[in-house]
Ligand binder design. Structure first.
Ligand code: AP5
Length: 217
């Protein structure tokens, strides 16, 4: 099953993808996580994308498409995958349709005030990438990852001025992608204003319904 999660920054794509990945045993592939990891490693790709990441700008299409193509060709993607953060432009959506057309695209929506609060309180594990929120999903011990014990950090693009830039960019870029998948009958929109424990079961049941409809569950 090939899934794509789209929606504004901070709507919770990564949080829901972690749960879906566990439930259906398919990998969660976040282009943002891949790029942040490369920046941390100081690789050539990391040096190329660092400028864009820190300012909340989009990494050029040709770089992103190559990275995703290479990742999807790995063995663990044979049964499917969840793409989180890709595609983000029409050119990326068209490229994906060519090499791994998604079966289902979940479009998460939430109010701007909710999104800003989520991003300002987000903390991520510096080692395994697990996602927390100081108020809504706090770790057992403040500042420490429940899963691997590494320190939690604030993402550089979660500063207020960068959040505003990312939201503006999202609004500008996304409506053609939404129409693109609507026209193909692949899009389901899910409201993500509620707390994660309420949203996650809706996401899972939407996917189960889809699979049942295809006789795959
Ligand atoms: P990326 O990492 O993809 O960032 P994003 O799309 O901006 O999404 P986020 O990771 O910020 O948000 P999310 O929706 O996953 O929310 P989360 O689950 O963490 O991209 C980063 C950068 O990489 C881009 O700016 C760009 O430079 C580059 N890039 C990546 N892909 C690219 C592409 N395809 N093309 C070009 N450039 C690309 O949740 C947020 C917070 O809210 C967390 O603290 C969480 O605990 C909390 N939370 C989540 N859900 C709920 C809920 N329902 N209730 C309460 N709290 C919640």
């Amino acid at each position: 099953m090939k899934l794509v999660f789209i929606g504004p920054p901070g709507v919770g794509k990564g949080t829901y993808a972690q749960a879906v990945s566990q439930r259906f045993q398919i990998p969660h592939i976040s282009t943002g996580d891949i790029f942040r990891e490369e920046v941390k490693r100081g690789s050539e790709l990391g040096r190329k994308v660092q400028y864009y990441l820190e300012r909340g700008l989009l990494v050029p299409d040709e770089i992103v498409v190559e990275v995703v193509k290479a990742r999807l060709s790995q063995d663990d993607c044979r049964r499917g995958f969840i793409l989180d953060g890709f595609p983000r432009t029409l050119a990326q959506a068209e490229a994906l349709e060519g090499f791994a057309p998604p079966d289902l695209v979940l479009n998460f929506v939430a109010d701007d005030s909710v999104i800003v609060e989520r991003l300002s309180g987000r903390r991520v594990c510096s080692k395994c990438g697990a996602i927390y929120h100081v108020k809504y999903m706090p770790p057992r011990f403040p500042g420490t990852c429940d899963k691997c014990g590494a320190p939690l950090v604030v993402r550089k693009d979660d500063r207020p001025e960068v959040i505003a830039e990312r939201l503006a960019l999202y609004r500008e870029q996304f409506s053609p992608i939404i129409s693109y998948y609507e026209r193909r009958g692949k899009l389901v929109t899910i409201s993500a204003n509620a707390q994660a424990p309420e949203v996650i079961p809706v996401v899972i049941s939407t996917i189960e319904r889809f699979l049942r409809g295809r006789g795959q569950l």
